[in-house]
Design a protein around this ligand. Sequence first.
Ligand code: MTE
Ligand code: QUE
Ligand code: MOS
Length: 780
Amino acid sequence: MSVGNSIPHDSGLGHVCGESVFIDDRAETRGEVHVGLVCSSIACGDLIEIDASEALRHPDCLGVFTAKDFVHKKWGTIVHDQPFLVEDKINYMSEPVCIVASRTRDSIEAIKHLVKLQEKAAAGIFTIQDARKNQSVIYRALKPFVQGNVDQALKMAPHKLTGTFTVGGQEHFYMESQAAVIYPLENGQLEIHSSSQHPSETQRTVAEALGLSLHQVVCVVKRMGGGFGGKESQAGPIAAYAALVAQKLKKPARLILTKDEDMKITGKRHPFQNEYEVAFDDDGKILGVKVLLQSDGGAYADLSASILDRAMFHFDGVYYLENVHIDAVCYRTNNHSNTAFRGFGGPQGNMTMESIIEDIAHFLKKDAAVVRLRNLYQGPNVKTPYGQNLENNMLPEIFRQLITTSEYEKRRVEIDKENLKKTGVLRGISITGTKFGIAFTARFLNQGNALVNLHLDGTVQVSTGATEMGQGVNTKIQQIVAHGFGIESGSVQVMTTSTEKNHNTSPTAASSGSDINGAAALKAVNKIKVNLIGLARKKFAGEVSSALKEYELEQNAETVPLDPNFIFQHGKVVELSTKKEISLKELISIAYQNRVSLGAYAHFKTGGLGFDKEKVEGKAFNYFTQGMAVSEVSVDEYTGEVKVLRVDLLMDLGRSINPGIDRGQVAGGFVQGMGWVTTENLFYDERRNLISHSPTTYKIPNIQDTPREFNIHFIENLNNDCNVYGSKAVGEPPLLLGSSVWTAVKHALSYRSKSNMVNLTSPATGEVVLMELTRLKRSP
Ligand code: MTE
Ligand code: QUE
Ligand code: MOS
């Protein structure tokens, strides 16, 4: 059976052979125009004038377009506050100001340089502190999450710590930059090919920008060369720039950002500065914690509000907090507008508690794993700070198994001993965890639809709103559909995503792409099966013999449940009670001859959700994907260099649909998380020009940086009955476990400090580690 097998990724071969088609692999069509963006060279101030006269004299220049050319001037997912192009106010460095159209790609740069911008700089806000001082706010939590009585706990507690947890942003570093090709069709219609996680929003953004109706715009997404959240909202304006040129010049238009442009223009993960007070007893049990989460939203709102919410939802991490107060605010600054990034604020919340626990352990001179166990969510039905019960709590079992299989205790003792020797290398070890809430916290997004076509040879084409960005959603949907029909996975083809086939789709995000679209596809499959079963029942009962008569199905596939007396397997349909069987292909042929539908459309919504932000109650998440990791690092005391020696990772993924793909997601997510907290650092010069804007200056993990020993295991859990085939979402959760590398560094540094708290910021780059080591050694 297909579900549960590690069949290869449906594009695996294409990727390694170079045959997979990304946006810029599309063949150039006749008359195609190349599009470029001219961007601001100040971070804050006024745009006085655009002088395009020289550019327009360039022989390859076909036009220069400005904000005036857009019908609607602004875009945005939640609020429309971000200008497509600067009108008068410049709000961040490298903000798009105008669009150039060129006959050839080679001339784009030359034409761009001929456009002269007159700008007048003003003082901007670039830090969370400055924004706070100026009360420059994008969004404030509607209401804090409160349980128990924190003030009381803080007053009475034997021990108290206060501090600030500081964590940096992160560049998505997808392999394929933001890209779009637009084909103008008849009657003003446009066909958009976009590298987008959110085709429906790209369709809407383009339509609004150009004053078109939604039925005039189709957005097609074959695949992305990585998205990681960066192509959820931000693919929209990119498509709109190219679409404007296509519409104005009535020619196909192509916009492909260079890596440098992409890194400078587009938003990144939100940096956070979280201020906390925590009270605890001699055993390390947390008696109360109060936190203010503060994020840098950048110049515009984008998805910052939902990201801040998710940070609040994940502050508790895997720890039960009896007395807790979580408040949050997102500031407006003159930085690039920050956006979704794998984890969606969750990592920034989750890691704060892990850092606090590391501090408590150091303060009490205890093993941090002991303190963690002391505070871990225990029992099957414990309450989170936002009032939702944690059902099917796997955390204690994951903790127990992982501590054993990773030989944590033995290694910890050894590290204690080793670090007494002055070798110049410190070692540290740490376990961290996550319970990642699966569902969009905006309830309306938890829906999807699917179209399934069963063809006469018994093969199937399926279309959903899910977009493939490498995560394997197509392969999982392929398996779900094949399993439903009881056929080989090779007989199912997942078709290109298009708003023409699937409408009003949600972004492929919140890790719920295969949950929602897989469930919708299965629903559509089941509708077809209801018809086929009805037919088989009649056929087996011999109800029709005359060639002139037709089997007629009086049932409605929408409402009839699947009859468990019929099973689809090995390409056959079997009636269990009579053991009669028929090949699926023959049944399909009979269905066609008898005019029975072999295609179905289905809509799915995740049931039971409904979180009330004003009352802080209700069900925010469908379920939690849970996992933990133990990381061991070495820190070179002379250079500050961190090496990840060993990682043991244990995840609860329910009944995995494809364990091979899930393993890839876990390894990739972990390493991406690890990069965020160790080497990936965004540097800006004094003008706020991003100077780490290419692979030479922005350090993502390479193969040498990955854990020397990397053990990934899944824990058995057959109980997740609220998701398709008992599976659990995998995309984002493992990223949060990368924090164990950072806490392990913090643990290593604690050996150089007797009484001082280790004051480590994230990312723990070589220089950050070295400076903290120096500080600790100076004042022991
Ligand atoms: N894996 C790959 N290879 N490329 C990606 O861009 N994006 C991640 C994750 N894994 C991503 C990835 C993010 S941010 C999300 S939300 C999920 O995949 C989305 O896909 P899913 O919902 O189908 O898991
Ligand atoms: C996780 C997510 C998203 C989210 C909430 C999550 C997300 C997203 C939105 C969102 C919210 C409000 C809107 C909207 C989208 O919320 O990706 O259009 O009006 O887009 O918990 O990943
Ligand atoms: Mo993922 S950040 O939800 O696209």
